[in-house]
Write a protein that binds this ligand. Structure first.
Ligand SMILES: Nc1ncnc2c1ncn2[C@@H]1O[C@H](COP(=O)(O)OP(=O)(O)OP(=O)(O)O)[C@@H](O)[C@H]1O
Length: 599
């Protein structure tokens, strides 16, 4: 392959300069590159363009030493003594000047006199001539520089285009008015646009979910969600707008877009390494081992699962593990707490709605959790708290496997595995009419009942050690273990809040501990004062109604401890008003005082 000399890229410009020199001084010009190949010439040199110029020792000297040279009489000149052509030389005089850029020589401009007139003209105007040639050489090096810069820019541009086309995100850059400047392949693909669609088009017209008027109201960066529907292309996602500001001046926008399903996929990929599995569920007792075995079998099917168990027994943990053991693991696991969302919002949360379906509906509509969980698993926690109206809707989804969105024109097919969970007794609820029987049977295809902590006390020491490790690390306290008395207390306690309560007790105790070993002193008063549950179920003594009330209040407080509206949810689950709950807390404050959950 021929390696191109830099000057060759601008040889037309160089030939023009050679002819300009000729027209000014009327002496023929030769311009050579760094290999001494003639790349431009006038008069009799025109036919010799492309030839190697031999013997020109003056050119070499000028090139190597980067100096202008004048040779008055080649036959007498010291410089020409080594020239192989000296005997046949027809030259009367010669002037040459190097073409230099950033201290590197790229070639030489030479003027050769073939008669006395030309030689005299050179001699008499030498300074001016040298100066003129130097200016011409500078002109060539400036052209060369511009050419190199353009080339560099083209390489950068190409690299950038390749980079953009290989990005997961769709990207478009526009001017201050929104006219499209550049976009990547993904952008055209995402919005189903061809080059004609983009020619001199305004992005705010094409993607009308972005309102230009709003874009002036943010400083640098803004994000939003979108729904785009055109030419059978229906995409939903998130967009970010970045303002391009150079030296304080606003120059346009770069907008990137990511499809929601892509974002979810990426999220799942990132989190894959931290996924919880059945192996992370602590416990050696027969009950928990058998439950884990059943859960593993259930993970291989797509049938609906109903997990039951008291609050804090690990229902969500099991649901996540089942998803992570299933072949849906690379798709989303979406959780909905049916008790934490008011009934009027739950419907749109679950099923979503189309744009404009009601006053106040968000632009672009809203994706429901069922759609977000596409090809994955939806975990419907606290299903027993769902209203009868929504139970009917859910039943339809389970039966038809189709979603009927609020304001939607057509139904959407869904491929979602359902895992429901509750701590309520659904059978009793079915009997008293607060839970639909048909829905109960649809959900209860694979039942998994989680044992309470009381039923597997043998696992308590294992759980305590695991939690001491976890929380001492988290709280940066060196706690080495638990003493026998404290351990016995925890083994015998009734654990109405199950593992979540045990976690809270250990966390509290590590915080309070003055020594490296947890003792009774660091335990919360609540688990020491109330010991009515020490005995196994069925053998307990009759308790006073007050004791029962305190216990249920404590259970409710533990359960909703982590929610923002904890008291409100606790009161609701107890079937009393918030004010009543506060009154009772005041009344029993000595009995519940010191309880970590009340803070
Ligand atoms: N076997 C276990 N090993 C370790 N941690 C556990 C185990 N079971 C539950 N946990 C922990 O206990 C806490 C409560 O678990 P989870 O939220 O799954 O319970 P839940 O039954 O869904 O509760 P609720 O009914 O109140 O929603 C979580 O922090 C969970 O990580």
């Amino acid at each position: 392959m021929k390696i191109m000399n830099e000057l060759e890229n601008i040889k037309d410009d160089i030939q023009n300069i050679a002819e300009a020199i000729l027209s000014v001084i009327n002496i023929d010009v030769t311009i050579v590159d760094d290999k001494f190949i003639r790349i431009a010439g006038t008069g009799k040199y025109i036919d010799k363009i492309g030839d190697k110029v031999d013997g020109y020792s003056a050119f070499r000297k000028s090139f190597v030493e980067q100096v202008g040279i004048f040779i008055e009489d080649p036959k007498e000149s010291d410089i020409c003594k080594s020239c192989t052509h000296i005997h046949g030389c027809k030259e009367f005089a010669e002037v040459c000047c190097p073409i230099v850029l950033d201290n590197k020589s790229y070639g030489v401009i030479g003027l050769i006199a073939f008669d006395t007139d030309q030689s005299n003209m050179m001699k008499n105007n030498l300074d001016g001539l040298m100066n003129f040639l130097k200016k011409m050489a500078d002109l060539i090096s400036n052209k060369l520089k511009a050419q190199m810069n353009t080339e560099e820019l083209e390489v950068e541009k190409k690299k950038l285009e390749i980079l953009l086309d290989n990005m997961d995100k769709a990207i478009v850059s526009v001017d201050i008015n929104g006219y499209i400047d550049k976009c990547n392949y993904k952008f055209k693909e995402l919005f189903n646009l061809n080059d004609n669609d983009l020619l001199k088009k305004n992005v705010f017209d094409i993607l009308n979910f972005i309102k230009k008027t709003n874009e002036n109201n943010f400083s640098k960066y803004k994000m939003g969600s979108f729904s785009y529907n055109k030419r059978n292309r229906n995409v939903k996602g998130i967009y970010n707008i970045n303002k391009i500001i150079i030296k304080g001046k606003f120059k346009g926008y770069v907008i990137d877009f990511i499809e929601k399903k892509e974002a979810i996929k990426t999220y799942n990929k990132i989190n894959k390494d931290y996924k919880i599995t059945l192996d992370n569920i602590i416990g050696n007792s027969d009950l928990i081992v058998q439950t884990k075995r059943n859960a593993l079998i259930a993970s291989r099917s797509t049938s609906t699962i109903l997990i039951t168990g008291e609050s804090g027994t690990g229902k969500e943990l099991f649901a996540r593990s089942i998803h992570n053991h299933s072949d849906r693991v690379d798709n989303p696991f979406v959780t909905v707490n049916c008790a934490a969302i008011p009934d009027n919002l739950l419907e749109s949360e679950l099923f979503g709605y189309e744009e404009g379906s009601f006053t106040g509906a968000k632009k672009g509509g809203k994706l429901g959790k069922f759609e977000l969980a596409d090809k994955g698993t939806i975990f419907l926690d606290e299903i027993g708290d769902m209203s009868l109206h929504l139970q009917a809707k859910l039943l339809r989804v389970l039966q038809e496997r189709e979603l009927d969105k609020i304001g939607g024109k057509s139904n959407i097919f869904i491929d979602v595995r359902i895992i429901a969970a509750t701590n309520k007794n659904l059978e009793t609820m079915v009997k008293n009419g607060s839970f639909r029987e048909d829905l109960y049977y649809r959900l209860n295809v694979i039942p998994i009942k989680l044992p309470s902590l009381r039923e597997r006390r043998g696992d308590i020491p294992l759980l305590i050690n695991y939690m001491i490790d976890e929380y001492s690390h988290k709280l940066e306290k060196e706690i080495l273990g638990i003493d026998e008395n404290a351990k016995q207390l925890l083994i015998n306690y009734s654990w109405p809040g199950n593992i979540r309560e045990l976690q809270n007790v250990i966390e509290y105790s590590i915080n309070m501990s003055q020594s490296k070993v947890l003792t009774l002193d660091s335990m919360p008063k609540s688990i020491m004062n109330i010991d009515y549950d020490k005995k196994e179920e069925g053998t307990e003594e009759i308790r006073t109604l007050e004791e029962l009330e305190i216990r249920e209040i404590k259970k409710a407080l533990i359960k909703y401890k982590d929610y923002k509206k904890d008291k409100e949810l606790a009161a609701k689950s107890l079937g009393i008003s918030r004010a009543t709950l506060y009154r009772k807390l005041e009344k029993y404050k000595d009995k519940i005082n010191g309880d970590t959950y009340l803070k």
